[in-house]
Write a protein that binds this ligand. Structure first.
Ligand code: PMP
Length: 394
């Protein structure tokens, strides 16, 4: 049976990890894989999460099934985290999902059920997993222009003209904040224009928010999403706790629906849960339970927010230092955009050949599209890194 199969193409980022590990050079720099790292290159368990896990271990006296939506306390807390502490939740439903990826797939399955010929518009470029997840659910895919590699800015006018050709009922996938892979984000005025376009053309916004708290802060990072929620009749959201709670391997996320009214929200939720039933039945409990404990306990929550803020500020500091080093080494403002980008990533605008030279000649590892993980920037080696980058430019 399996003799008919060809090997699936290797994941480029995972292949890069292998190359990095095998590289014996002491000064090698890993700007590849998308996990937050501290100054020592570690991705620690967050203090509040560790404490919540201890409490869980002490208090949990059964592991019987919870149900298709997972932990309902988690779902409410996540809806509040995303839509805002004062949000009216009557039209909103949330279902715990296995990570942000699971949430994306769950929402995509719901879209397929509600509209079998649904077309989803993705930013060009976008996180490489968006396309396979949407395809796997059977959605049609189109792309809208998003990023200008030369200036590092959003091509907003081009994006809007492409979306003006979308048909009523088309779905528009937006990164809530901290765009992956580019680091270039929409400002408030642009979110407002998008909200107008969505209403005018009858589109459905689908917000993927995987880095809330990594850009401008927990509330500021959800401001665009909240602005949309206040204006549009319907929207869908996939949120991830992988990064902002650092629970990557525990697979914690939530799929959310904002419907026209409470009755429609219930029907849509029942369809989404029936899709979950057919894929994995119920989400894993442990990580979501820990996140729920953190979000519901004032002290733990304050400590989580403080630690998250330290991580965010570290990335901002690194951005400024890196942009300054690039300015010194290149004698130009070409890379100044790195300081104004937000989140864990920036796309530098180098060619694949230049990225490969950086790896081969300097032991600097980044994804082939020149996306860097800002958290991997070496605090004590910024100028050496900037010099290496400048040396491979034309
Ligand atoms: N969306 C985006 C844009 C992402 O970058 C990621 C993680 N790399 C995810 C969703 C999902 O992450 P996870 O499934 O690990 O929660």
């Amino acid at each position: 049976m399996f003799e008919n199969l060809q090997p699936a193409p290797a994941d480029k980022i995972l292949a890069l990890i292998g190359l990095y590990r095998a590289d014996p050079r002491p000064g090698k720099v890993d700007l590849g894989v998308g996990v937050y790292k501290d100054r020592d290159g570690k991705t620690p368990v967050m203090r509040a999460v560790r404490e919540a896990e201890k409490r869980l271990l002490q208090s949990q006296d059964t592991k019987t099934y919870l149900g298709l939506a997972g932990d309902t306390g988690f779902n409410t807390a996540m809806a509040r985290l995303v839509f805002g502490p004062a949000a009216e939740l009557t039209r909103i439903r949330a279902a715990q999902a296995p990570g942000g990826s699971g949430a994306l797939r769950l929402v995509a399955e719901l879209l397929k059920r509600t509209r079998s010929d649904a077309t989803i518009w993705l930013s060009d470029p976008t996180w490489p997993n968006h396309m396979p997840v949407m395809r796997a659910a059977g959605l049609q895919i189109r792309e809208y222009p998003y990023f200008d590699a030369a200036s590092g800015a959003v091509r907003f006018a081009d994006m809007m003209s492409a979306l003006a050709t979308a048909r009523s009922g088309d779905v528009m996938l937006l990164h809530g904040c901290c765009h992956n892979p580019t680091g270039a984000n929409l400002d408030t005025a642009q979110w407002a224009e998008i909200a107008d376009l969505v209403v005018e053309r009858g589109l459905l916004p689908f917000v993927d928010i995987a880095y809330q708290g990594f850009g401008e802060g927990l509330d500021a990072d959800a401001a665009g999403l909240r602005l949309l929620a206040a204006k549009v009749p319907e929207m869908v959201v996939a949120s991830s706790c992988s990064k902002n709670f650092a629970v990557y391997r525990d697979r914690v996320g939530a799929a959310m629906i904002l419907a026209k009214d409470s009755a429609q929200a219930d029907v849509a939720m029942s369809q989404m849960l029936s899709a979950a039933r057919a894929m994995y039945s119920m989400p894993p409990d442990h990580g979501a339970a820990a996140v729920r404990i953190v979000l519901e306990d004032a002290t733990l929550r304050a400590d989580w927010e403080a630690e998250l803020e330290e991580m965010r500020m570290r990335m901002l500091r690194l951005r400024v230092q890196f942009a300054e080093a690039l300015r010194r080494q290149s004698n130009s403002d070409r890379f100044d955009f790195v300081a104004s980008h937000r989140g864990m990533f920036s796309r530098l605008g180098l060619s694949e050949a230049q990225v490969e030279r950086l790896r081969a000649e300097h032991g600097v590892y980044m994804v082939g599209d020149s996306r860097i993980n800002v958290a991997g920037l070496p605090e004590d080696g910024m100028d050496a890194l900037a010099k290496a980058i400048v040396s491979v430019l034309d």
